[in-house]
Write a protein that binds this ligand. Structure first.
Ligand code: SF4
Length: 126
């Protein structure tokens, strides 16, 4: 179920997603957001409770602080661009328990194979 975020929480997540691997120190995030440390701490705790970040204790700049590591990942739509499911007339009856199952769908199979062939052609040109 999608999480409801405040405007500040959403801005914080967008900033953290730019630093997915190493995260950001709390103070760096507050500075970028333009909020006080108190307000920033509240945001971090809320994001942690929502399961979107991990707060890791760290000694930095001569004091103990927390590093915020995002637990969510940015989804790129490029890999599924052009997939037949996005405009399929059978989408409403297709699924794991549906009348049509993706693992038996020739349209999907053809698209996957064609996408694979395209990626091979692209990588052979490099
Ligand atoms: S798997 Fe096949 S039938 Fe199902 S939504 Fe995708 S294209 Fe349509």
């Amino acid at each position: 179920m999608p999480q409801k975020l405040t405007n500040l929480e959403e801005r914080a997540i967008r900033l953290l997603l730019k630093h997915q691997k190493e995260g950001l120190l709390q103070s760096e995030l507050w500075h970028k957001l333009g909020v006080t440390s108190r307000e920033g701490s509240r945001i971090a705790i809320k994001l942690e409770k929502k399961g979107m970040v991990k707060r890791v204790k760290e000694f930095a700049k001569d004091r103990w602080t927390r590093r915020l590591i995002p637990l969510i990942r940015e989804v790129k739509l490029d890999p599924i661009r052009g997939a037949p499911c996005l405009s399929c007339e059978y989408e409403h009856i297709c699924g794991k328990e549906g009348k049509i199952r993706p693992e038996n769908c020739p349209k999907l199979e053809n698209w996957v194979l064609e996408s694979y062939r395209k990626s091979l052609r692209k990588s052979s040109k490099r």
